[in-house]
Write a protein that binds this ligand. Structure first.
Ligand code: G3P
Ligand code: MG
Length: 246
């Protein structure tokens, strides 16, 4: 089994449900609640700058509109990514991956970088994010864990920075999970927790993989999953399922 330095609880999109997702403010909120690892979503601007955003479009989580990856960073950086969530976060920006790396280092936080390519840019996003992550985290004791739902993005990440650990994300059950993770030389399999039962956890662990599950907001369910041997719980309930959760 590959080295696994990551904690049991991971704050989803930085600050879970308590802050505008994928912002520096969210990372600060995650840190305020004592979290030692965050997950966030990274994609490319038109000119190749890497920044954080979950959706393909800007519509839900900013005051912008349209496909984010089709816009230059000069436009994206002017948008407000906090006001949609709450007036107290007005003025919050879409962060660059470089700013996120700095903020994680400041809080001594580990990172799960989910590679979330704009449609059609899987390979390029995988390559660019992996190369940037290698550089930006080079002075950190723990490497960022790269993950993606996009197989081709992880193939590209493996080619670009093979030393960075990879996790394949799945939202529906794939009987061929072992072949896919073998090909990618994954450290982990990241699943929607609803796909799991104790038998599946055992099989995945027996294959030498660690398991991260998303998005678990019920403490009883989190306890059950950890009891089965799941390694990491990714949660929006960062105040209830905190870093000391048992
Ligand atoms: O990486 C875990 C989780 O974030 C995957 O789903 O849609 O929240 O990015 P999503
Ligand atoms: Mg994500």
């Amino acid at each position: 089994m590959k080295a696994w330095p990551y904690p049991r609880i991971v704050a989803h999109r930085g600050g879970g449900a308590l802050a505008p997702e994928n912002t520096l403010a969210a990372i600060d909120v995650g840190a305020k609640y004592g979290h030692t690892m965050i997950e966030f979503d990274a994609k490319l601007a038109q000119g190749g700058e890497i920044f954080l955003l979950h959706d393909d479009t800007l519509n839900r989580t900013s005051n912008g509109w349209g496909v984010a990856g089709e816009l230059p960073w000069e436009k994206l950086e002017r948008l407000d990514a906090g006001d949609w969530y709450g007036a107290e976060f007005k003025g919050e920006k879409l962060p660059l991956l470089s700013q996120v790396a700095e903020r994680c280092a400041r809080h001594n936080m580990m990172a799960n970088i989910e590679i979330k390519p704009t449609t059609g840019l899987d390979e390029k996003t995988g390559t660019d994010v992996a190369l940037a992550a290698r550089e930006l985290w080079k002075n950190q004791a723990v490497p960022p864990l790269l993950s993606s739902f996009e197989f081709d993005a992880l193939v590209a990440a493996k080619k670009a920075a093979p030393e960075l650990p990879r996790g394949l994300l799945i939202d529906s059950w794939h009987e061929n999970w072992k072949a896919l993770t073998d090909e990618l030389e994954c450290a982990s399999l990241h699943l929607n927790h609803k796909l799991l039962n104790e038998e599946r956890v055992k099989a995945i662990k027996a294959a030498g993989l660690h398991i991260l599950v998303y998005t678990v907001n019920n403490p009883a369910r989190a306890r059950e999953l950890l009891g089965w041997g799941v390694d990491c719980i990714c949660t929006d309930k960062i105040d209830v399922i905190g870093p000391d959760f048992v």
